[in-house]
Design a protein around this ligand. Structure first.
Ligand SMILES: Cc1ncc(COP(=O)(O)O)c(C=O)c1O
Length: 434
Protein backbone atom coordinates (compact mmCIF):
# COMPACT_ATOMS: atom_id res chain seq x y z
CA UNK A 1 0.00 0.00 0.00
CA UNK A 2 1.31 3.41 -0.92
CA UNK A 3 2.46 5.49 1.95
CA UNK A 4 3.39 9.12 1.71
CA UNK A 5 5.74 8.96 4.66
CA UNK A 6 8.07 6.92 2.48
CA UNK A 7 10.10 10.04 1.84
CA UNK A 8 13.21 10.37 -0.17
CA UNK A 9 14.65 13.71 0.82
CA UNK A 10 13.12 13.88 4.23
CA UNK A 11 12.47 17.60 4.40
CA UNK A 12 8.84 17.08 5.16
CA UNK A 13 9.58 13.80 6.85
CA UNK A 14 8.18 12.81 10.18
CA UNK A 15 5.75 15.69 10.02
CA UNK A 16 2.76 13.57 10.74
CA UNK A 17 4.44 11.90 13.67
CA UNK A 18 5.13 15.14 15.42
CA UNK A 19 3.65 15.46 18.83
CA UNK A 20 2.18 18.88 19.57
CA UNK A 21 3.16 19.54 23.11
CA UNK A 22 1.70 23.03 23.01
CA UNK A 23 4.69 24.29 24.97
CA UNK A 24 6.46 26.12 22.21
CA UNK A 25 7.58 29.57 23.11
CA UNK A 26 4.80 32.10 23.11
CA UNK A 27 2.11 29.80 21.81
CA UNK A 28 -0.99 28.39 23.19
CA UNK A 29 -1.88 24.81 22.50
CA UNK A 30 -4.04 25.77 19.54
CA UNK A 31 -1.09 27.61 18.10
CA UNK A 32 -2.46 31.12 18.40
CA UNK A 33 0.20 33.53 19.57
CA UNK A 34 0.22 35.11 22.96
CA UNK A 35 0.16 38.51 21.24
CA UNK A 36 -3.30 37.71 20.03
CA UNK A 37 -4.52 37.99 23.57
CA UNK A 38 -2.31 40.98 24.27
CA UNK A 39 -3.74 42.61 21.20
CA UNK A 40 -7.07 42.59 22.97
CA UNK A 41 -8.86 40.30 20.58
CA UNK A 42 -10.87 37.29 21.56
CA UNK A 43 -8.75 34.20 21.11
CA UNK A 44 -10.60 31.68 19.01
CA UNK A 45 -12.19 31.21 15.67
CA UNK A 46 -14.96 33.02 13.86
CA UNK A 47 -15.88 29.77 12.17
CA UNK A 48 -19.32 28.45 12.91
CA UNK A 49 -20.18 25.04 11.57
CA UNK A 50 -21.50 24.24 9.04
CA UNK A 51 -19.69 26.42 6.50
CA UNK A 52 -22.44 27.37 4.10
CA UNK A 53 -21.20 29.23 1.07
CA UNK A 54 -23.54 30.69 -1.45
CA UNK A 55 -22.59 32.45 -4.62
CA UNK A 56 -24.98 34.86 -6.22
CA UNK A 57 -26.10 33.75 -9.66
CA UNK A 58 -26.58 36.31 -12.42
CA UNK A 59 -30.32 36.85 -12.99
CA UNK A 60 -31.78 35.28 -16.12
CA UNK A 61 -32.56 38.64 -17.77
CA UNK A 62 -28.88 39.65 -17.41
CA UNK A 63 -27.80 36.39 -19.08
CA UNK A 64 -30.30 36.90 -21.90
CA UNK A 65 -29.38 40.57 -22.47
CA UNK A 66 -25.66 39.71 -22.46
CA UNK A 67 -26.24 36.96 -24.97
CA UNK A 68 -28.28 39.27 -27.23
CA UNK A 69 -25.57 41.94 -26.94
CA UNK A 70 -22.90 39.47 -28.04
CA UNK A 71 -25.04 38.23 -30.93
CA UNK A 72 -25.73 41.74 -32.24
CA UNK A 73 -22.07 42.74 -31.75
CA UNK A 74 -20.87 39.62 -33.57
CA UNK A 75 -23.24 40.24 -36.47
CA UNK A 76 -22.03 43.83 -36.89
CA UNK A 77 -18.45 42.63 -36.41
CA UNK A 78 -18.70 40.37 -39.46
CA UNK A 79 -20.36 43.18 -41.40
CA UNK A 80 -17.55 45.62 -40.49
CA UNK A 81 -14.85 43.09 -41.31
CA UNK A 82 -16.52 42.59 -44.68
CA UNK A 83 -16.56 46.38 -45.28
CA UNK A 84 -12.90 46.64 -44.23
CA UNK A 85 -12.03 43.75 -46.52
CA UNK A 86 -13.70 45.59 -49.45
CA UNK A 87 -11.83 48.77 -48.49
CA UNK A 88 -15.09 50.56 -47.70
CA UNK A 89 -14.06 51.10 -44.10
CA UNK A 90 -10.67 52.29 -42.89
CA UNK A 91 -8.65 49.46 -41.37
CA UNK A 92 -6.63 50.58 -38.33
CA UNK A 93 -5.94 47.28 -36.61
CA UNK A 94 -2.58 45.52 -36.62
CA UNK A 95 -1.90 43.14 -39.48
CA UNK A 96 0.98 40.89 -40.43
CA UNK A 97 3.68 42.49 -42.59
CA UNK A 98 4.18 40.87 -45.98
CA UNK A 99 7.81 39.80 -45.21
CA UNK A 100 6.74 38.17 -41.92
CA UNK A 101 4.16 35.90 -43.46
CA UNK A 102 6.54 32.91 -43.35
CA UNK A 103 6.70 33.05 -39.54
CA UNK A 104 4.14 31.85 -37.04
CA UNK A 105 1.35 34.46 -37.34
CA UNK A 106 1.24 37.04 -34.58
CA UNK A 107 -2.21 38.26 -35.42
CA UNK A 108 -4.82 35.75 -36.40
CA UNK A 109 -7.90 37.27 -37.84
CA UNK A 110 -10.39 35.07 -36.11
CA UNK A 111 -8.68 35.24 -32.70
CA UNK A 112 -8.68 39.00 -32.97
CA UNK A 113 -12.28 39.17 -34.06
CA UNK A 114 -13.70 39.87 -30.63
CA UNK A 115 -10.96 42.30 -29.75
CA UNK A 116 -11.39 44.20 -33.00
CA UNK A 117 -15.13 44.32 -33.13
CA UNK A 118 -16.50 43.96 -29.62
CA UNK A 119 -13.79 44.86 -27.11
CA UNK A 120 -12.64 48.00 -28.95
CA UNK A 121 -16.10 49.49 -28.73
CA UNK A 122 -16.09 49.36 -24.94
CA UNK A 123 -12.33 49.48 -24.47
CA UNK A 124 -12.48 52.73 -22.53
CA UNK A 125 -13.85 50.76 -19.56
CA UNK A 126 -10.64 48.76 -19.14
CA UNK A 127 -6.91 49.37 -18.67
CA UNK A 128 -7.47 52.82 -17.25
CA UNK A 129 -4.19 54.23 -15.94
CA UNK A 130 -4.25 55.41 -12.33
CA UNK A 131 -1.94 58.03 -10.85
CA UNK A 132 -2.16 57.62 -7.08
CA UNK A 133 -1.69 54.81 -4.57
CA UNK A 134 -4.40 52.16 -4.87
CA UNK A 135 -6.35 53.04 -1.73
CA UNK A 136 -10.11 52.56 -1.35
CA UNK A 137 -10.34 55.52 -3.73
CA UNK A 138 -7.77 56.69 -6.21
CA UNK A 139 -7.10 59.16 -9.00
CA UNK A 140 -7.33 58.27 -12.65
CA UNK A 141 -5.68 59.87 -15.65
CA UNK A 142 -8.31 61.30 -17.95
CA UNK A 143 -8.00 60.12 -21.52
CA UNK A 144 -10.02 60.57 -24.68
CA UNK A 145 -10.16 58.82 -28.00
CA UNK A 146 -10.46 60.56 -31.36
CA UNK A 147 -10.78 57.34 -33.35
CA UNK A 148 -13.50 55.31 -31.64
CA UNK A 149 -11.21 53.72 -29.00
CA UNK A 150 -8.48 52.49 -31.36
CA UNK A 151 -6.06 54.83 -29.58
CA UNK A 152 -6.18 57.19 -26.61
CA UNK A 153 -4.54 60.45 -25.67
CA UNK A 154 -4.22 61.87 -22.18
CA UNK A 155 -5.77 65.25 -21.49
CA UNK A 156 -3.41 65.98 -18.56
CA UNK A 157 -6.34 66.15 -16.13
CA UNK A 158 -7.05 63.66 -13.36
CA UNK A 159 -10.37 62.24 -12.22
CA UNK A 160 -10.43 62.21 -8.44
CA UNK A 161 -12.11 59.99 -5.84
CA UNK A 162 -12.78 57.02 -8.08
CA UNK A 163 -13.81 53.93 -6.10
CA UNK A 164 -11.18 51.21 -6.36
CA UNK A 165 -12.80 47.85 -7.07
CA UNK A 166 -9.83 46.40 -8.85
CA UNK A 167 -6.70 46.02 -6.74
CA UNK A 168 -5.33 44.57 -3.52
CA UNK A 169 -4.11 46.77 -0.65
CA UNK A 170 -6.80 45.18 1.52
CA UNK A 171 -5.76 46.95 4.73
CA UNK A 172 -4.62 50.24 3.20
CA UNK A 173 -0.93 49.84 4.09
CA UNK A 174 0.19 50.87 0.58
CA UNK A 175 0.31 54.59 1.27
CA UNK A 176 2.42 57.67 0.68
CA UNK A 177 1.93 59.42 4.00
CA UNK A 178 5.48 60.33 5.09
CA UNK A 179 4.68 59.84 8.77
CA UNK A 180 3.30 56.36 8.24
CA UNK A 181 6.26 55.21 6.17
CA UNK A 182 8.93 56.98 8.24
CA UNK A 183 10.75 53.75 9.10
CA UNK A 184 10.62 52.66 5.45
CA UNK A 185 12.28 55.94 4.40
CA UNK A 186 14.99 55.61 7.01
CA UNK A 187 15.72 52.01 5.97
CA UNK A 188 15.93 53.24 2.38
CA UNK A 189 18.53 55.86 3.31
CA UNK A 190 20.46 53.41 5.52
CA UNK A 191 20.47 50.31 3.28
CA UNK A 192 19.73 51.70 -0.19
CA UNK A 193 17.06 50.46 -2.54
CA UNK A 194 18.48 47.19 -3.79
CA UNK A 195 20.39 44.19 -2.50
CA UNK A 196 21.81 43.20 -5.89
CA UNK A 197 22.57 39.67 -4.81
CA UNK A 198 20.81 36.42 -3.92
CA UNK A 199 20.28 35.33 -0.31
CA UNK A 200 22.83 32.56 -0.67
CA UNK A 201 25.49 34.93 -1.92
CA UNK A 202 25.84 38.44 -0.52
CA UNK A 203 22.17 39.33 -0.24
CA UNK A 204 21.45 38.13 3.29
CA UNK A 205 20.73 41.16 5.49
CA UNK A 206 19.70 41.55 9.11
CA UNK A 207 16.45 43.05 7.74
CA UNK A 208 15.63 39.73 6.13
CA UNK A 209 16.27 37.88 9.35
CA UNK A 210 14.13 40.39 11.28
CA UNK A 211 11.33 40.02 8.74
CA UNK A 212 11.44 36.22 8.79
CA UNK A 213 11.44 36.06 12.59
CA UNK A 214 8.45 38.38 12.65
CA UNK A 215 6.55 36.35 10.04
CA UNK A 216 7.20 33.15 12.01
CA UNK A 217 6.02 34.83 15.20
CA UNK A 218 2.95 36.26 13.47
CA UNK A 219 1.97 32.86 12.11
CA UNK A 220 2.84 30.96 15.26
CA UNK A 221 5.30 28.61 13.57
CA UNK A 222 8.96 27.75 14.08
CA UNK A 223 10.45 29.46 11.04
CA UNK A 224 9.74 31.36 7.83
CA UNK A 225 11.60 32.38 4.73
CA UNK A 226 10.74 35.48 2.67
CA UNK A 227 11.09 35.82 -1.10
CA UNK A 228 11.05 38.84 -3.40
CA UNK A 229 8.02 37.74 -5.40
CA UNK A 230 4.81 35.99 -4.40
CA UNK A 231 4.42 34.27 -7.76
CA UNK A 232 7.97 32.88 -7.57
CA UNK A 233 7.41 31.77 -3.98
CA UNK A 234 4.98 29.18 -5.32
CA UNK A 235 6.48 28.45 -8.70
CA UNK A 236 10.04 28.04 -7.43
CA UNK A 237 9.42 26.33 -4.10
CA UNK A 238 6.92 23.63 -5.02
CA UNK A 239 9.59 22.03 -7.28
CA UNK A 240 11.93 22.03 -4.27
CA UNK A 241 9.41 20.06 -2.23
CA UNK A 242 8.15 17.44 -4.66
CA UNK A 243 9.44 15.83 -7.83
CA UNK A 244 9.24 12.69 -9.92
CA UNK A 245 7.48 9.86 -8.10
CA UNK A 246 5.38 12.31 -6.08
CA UNK A 247 1.73 13.12 -6.54
CA UNK A 248 0.21 16.60 -6.40
CA UNK A 249 -3.52 16.95 -5.79
CA UNK A 250 -4.48 20.45 -6.83
CA UNK A 251 -7.75 22.36 -6.53
CA UNK A 252 -9.08 23.10 -10.02
CA UNK A 253 -9.22 26.84 -9.30
CA UNK A 254 -5.70 27.24 -7.92
CA UNK A 255 -3.72 30.32 -8.93
CA UNK A 256 -1.40 30.01 -11.91
CA UNK A 257 1.70 30.30 -9.69
CA UNK A 258 0.67 27.06 -7.98
CA UNK A 259 -0.12 25.48 -11.32
CA UNK A 260 3.26 26.49 -12.74
CA UNK A 261 5.09 25.27 -9.63
CA UNK A 262 3.29 21.94 -9.84
CA UNK A 263 4.15 21.55 -13.52
CA UNK A 264 7.79 22.52 -13.04
CA UNK A 265 8.17 20.00 -10.23
CA UNK A 266 7.84 16.99 -12.54
CA UNK A 267 5.42 15.36 -10.11
CA UNK A 268 2.22 13.72 -11.35
CA UNK A 269 -0.66 16.18 -11.04
CA UNK A 270 -4.30 15.35 -10.45
CA UNK A 271 -7.00 17.94 -10.15
CA UNK A 272 -9.92 17.80 -7.73
CA UNK A 273 -13.14 19.79 -7.99
CA UNK A 274 -13.05 23.22 -6.41
CA UNK A 275 -13.21 22.98 -2.62
CA UNK A 276 -14.83 19.57 -2.98
CA UNK A 277 -13.76 17.28 -0.17
CA UNK A 278 -15.42 14.19 -1.70
CA UNK A 279 -13.54 14.70 -4.95
CA UNK A 280 -10.27 15.10 -3.04
CA UNK A 281 -10.89 12.00 -0.94
CA UNK A 282 -11.62 9.93 -4.03
CA UNK A 283 -8.24 10.90 -5.52
CA UNK A 284 -6.44 10.30 -2.22
CA UNK A 285 -8.01 6.88 -1.83
CA UNK A 286 -7.11 5.87 -5.39
CA UNK A 287 -3.57 7.18 -4.92
CA UNK A 288 -3.05 5.21 -1.74
CA UNK A 289 -4.62 2.01 -3.12
CA UNK A 290 -3.01 1.99 -6.56
CA UNK A 291 0.27 3.85 -5.99
CA UNK A 292 2.24 4.96 -9.03
CA UNK A 293 1.08 3.88 -12.49
CA UNK A 294 2.67 0.73 -13.94
CA UNK A 295 5.09 0.03 -11.04
CA UNK A 296 2.37 0.31 -8.37
CA UNK A 297 5.01 1.53 -6.00
CA UNK A 298 3.93 3.89 -3.25
CA UNK A 299 3.98 7.58 -4.11
CA UNK A 300 7.02 9.17 -2.49
CA UNK A 301 4.84 12.02 -1.28
CA UNK A 302 1.30 13.20 -1.83
CA UNK A 303 0.98 16.98 -1.65
CA UNK A 304 -2.38 18.73 -1.57
CA UNK A 305 -2.33 22.28 -2.96
CA UNK A 306 -5.07 24.67 -1.86
CA UNK A 307 -5.60 28.38 -1.34
CA UNK A 308 -7.01 30.05 1.79
CA UNK A 309 -9.34 32.34 -0.09
CA UNK A 310 -9.83 31.96 -3.81
CA UNK A 311 -9.60 35.45 -5.19
CA UNK A 312 -11.84 35.09 -8.22
CA UNK A 313 -14.67 33.26 -6.45
CA UNK A 314 -14.24 34.56 -2.92
CA UNK A 315 -14.66 31.02 -1.61
CA UNK A 316 -12.89 29.95 1.56
CA UNK A 317 -11.03 26.65 1.75
CA UNK A 318 -12.72 23.84 3.69
CA UNK A 319 -9.64 23.56 5.87
CA UNK A 320 -10.86 21.37 8.76
CA UNK A 321 -12.11 18.68 6.36
CA UNK A 322 -8.99 18.86 4.20
CA UNK A 323 -6.70 18.61 7.24
CA UNK A 324 -8.68 15.59 8.42
CA UNK A 325 -8.22 13.98 5.01
CA UNK A 326 -4.51 14.68 4.77
CA UNK A 327 -4.08 13.08 8.20
CA UNK A 328 -6.19 10.07 7.27
CA UNK A 329 -4.25 9.43 4.06
CA UNK A 330 -0.87 10.66 5.35
CA UNK A 331 -0.53 13.34 2.72
CA UNK A 332 0.97 16.82 3.04
CA UNK A 333 -0.85 20.11 2.81
CA UNK A 334 0.42 23.26 1.09
CA UNK A 335 -1.79 26.27 1.85
CA UNK A 336 -1.48 29.49 -0.17
CA UNK A 337 -2.77 32.33 2.01
CA UNK A 338 -2.09 35.12 -0.51
CA UNK A 339 -5.55 36.62 -0.04
CA UNK A 340 -6.33 35.56 3.50
CA UNK A 341 -3.22 36.43 5.51
CA UNK A 342 -3.69 39.71 7.34
CA UNK A 343 -7.31 39.95 6.26
CA UNK A 344 -9.03 36.86 7.67
CA UNK A 345 -9.29 35.53 11.23
CA UNK A 346 -9.96 37.46 14.43
CA UNK A 347 -6.40 38.85 14.45
CA UNK A 348 -5.52 38.52 10.79
CA UNK A 349 -3.61 35.23 11.04
CA UNK A 350 -5.48 33.87 8.04
CA UNK A 351 -7.74 30.90 7.51
CA UNK A 352 -5.92 28.72 10.05
CA UNK A 353 -6.96 31.15 12.74
CA UNK A 354 -10.38 31.66 11.15
CA UNK A 355 -11.09 27.97 11.64
CA UNK A 356 -9.51 27.98 15.11
CA UNK A 357 -6.92 25.46 14.01
CA UNK A 358 -3.27 24.93 14.86
CA UNK A 359 -0.70 26.27 12.35
CA UNK A 360 1.01 22.90 12.77
CA UNK A 361 -2.00 21.31 11.06
CA UNK A 362 -0.70 22.68 7.78
CA UNK A 363 2.64 21.40 6.52
CA UNK A 364 3.58 24.32 4.29
CA UNK A 365 2.13 27.75 4.98
CA UNK A 366 2.61 30.11 2.06
CA UNK A 367 1.45 33.69 1.66
CA UNK A 368 2.23 36.95 -0.07
CA UNK A 369 2.98 40.46 1.16
CA UNK A 370 1.29 42.08 -1.83
CA UNK A 371 -2.30 42.09 -0.68
CA UNK A 372 -2.68 42.92 3.01
CA UNK A 373 0.76 44.35 3.69
CA UNK A 374 0.96 46.81 0.80
CA UNK A 375 4.40 45.59 -0.27
CA UNK A 376 5.72 42.79 -2.47
CA UNK A 377 7.08 39.29 -2.03
CA UNK A 378 5.97 36.08 -0.37
CA UNK A 379 6.87 33.64 2.38
CA UNK A 380 7.03 29.95 3.13
CA UNK A 381 6.59 29.07 6.80
CA UNK A 382 6.28 26.02 9.00
CA UNK A 383 8.67 23.75 10.80
CA UNK A 384 12.31 24.79 11.01
CA UNK A 385 13.34 21.61 9.23
CA UNK A 386 11.14 22.52 6.26
CA UNK A 387 12.31 26.14 6.09
CA UNK A 388 15.98 25.14 6.39
CA UNK A 389 15.46 22.75 3.52
CA UNK A 390 13.85 25.50 1.41
CA UNK A 391 16.72 27.86 2.26
CA UNK A 392 19.23 25.54 0.69
CA UNK A 393 17.17 24.02 -2.12
CA UNK A 394 14.91 26.78 -3.43
CA UNK A 395 15.84 28.30 -6.78
CA UNK A 396 14.54 31.60 -5.40
CA UNK A 397 17.06 31.50 -2.56
CA UNK A 398 19.95 30.56 -4.81
CA UNK A 399 19.36 32.49 -8.01
CA UNK A 400 16.90 35.33 -7.34
CA UNK A 401 17.84 38.68 -5.85
CA UNK A 402 16.79 39.03 -2.23
CA UNK A 403 13.84 41.17 -1.18
CA UNK A 404 14.97 44.83 -1.04
CA UNK A 405 15.34 46.39 2.43
CA UNK A 406 12.70 49.17 2.20
CA UNK A 407 10.15 46.60 1.05
CA UNK A 408 11.16 44.31 3.92
CA UNK A 409 10.68 47.22 6.29
CA UNK A 410 7.28 48.05 4.81
CA UNK A 411 6.16 44.46 5.51
CA UNK A 412 7.61 44.64 9.03
CA UNK A 413 5.80 47.89 9.81
CA UNK A 414 2.48 46.64 8.42
CA UNK A 415 2.74 43.28 10.18
CA UNK A 416 3.70 44.89 13.48
CA UNK A 417 0.71 47.15 13.11
CA UNK A 418 -1.62 44.20 12.54
CA UNK A 419 -0.06 42.50 15.56
CA UNK A 420 -0.49 45.61 17.70
CA UNK A 421 3.28 45.79 18.30
CA UNK A 422 3.66 49.34 16.98
CA UNK A 423 1.86 50.92 19.92
CA UNK A 424 -1.07 52.01 17.74
CA UNK A 425 -4.48 50.62 16.99
CA UNK A 426 -4.10 51.26 13.25
CA UNK A 427 -3.77 47.57 12.44
CA UNK A 428 -7.02 46.85 14.20
CA UNK A 429 -8.95 49.75 12.71
CA UNK A 430 -7.75 49.00 9.19
CA UNK A 431 -9.12 45.50 9.67
CA UNK A 432 -12.47 47.00 10.59
CA UNK A 433 -12.13 46.23 14.32
CA UNK A 434 -12.96 48.93 16.81
C1 LIG B 1 -3.34 32.70 -4.67
C2 LIG B 1 -2.18 33.51 -5.18
N1 LIG B 1 -0.94 33.05 -4.98
C3 LIG B 1 0.13 33.74 -5.42
C4 LIG B 1 -0.01 34.95 -6.07
C5 LIG B 1 1.19 35.68 -6.58
O1 LIG B 1 1.49 36.73 -5.73
P1 LIG B 1 2.21 38.08 -6.17
O2 LIG B 1 1.20 38.90 -6.90
O3 LIG B 1 2.59 38.66 -4.86
O4 LIG B 1 3.38 37.73 -7.01
C6 LIG B 1 -1.29 35.47 -6.29
C7 LIG B 1 -1.47 36.74 -6.98
O5 LIG B 1 -2.49 37.32 -7.05
C8 LIG B 1 -2.42 34.73 -5.83
O6 LIG B 1 -3.66 35.16 -6.03
Amino acid sequence: MAHSNALSNGHLGGRQKRHHSGKRDGHKKNGICREVKENGVANGSSYKRPLNESFEQAPMYVNILTFIGFTVGTFFGYLRDFLRGCGLQKCVYATEREEQKDFVPLYQDFENFYKRNLYVRIRDNWDRPICSVPGPQFEMMERVSDDYNWSFRFTGRTIKNVINMGSYNYLGFAETDCNAIKTVCSVLSQYGAGVCSARQEMGNLDKHVELENLVARFLGVEAAMAFGMGFATNSMNIPALVGKGCLILSDELNHSSLVLGARLSGATIKIFKHNNVQSLEKLLREAVIHGQPRTRRAWKKILILVEGIYSMEGSIVHLPEIVALKRKYKAYLYLDEAHSIGAVGPTGRGVVEYFGMDPDDVDVLMGTFTKSFGASGGYVAGRKELVDYIRTHSHSATYATAICPPVAEQIIRAMKSVMGLDGTTQGRTSRGLS
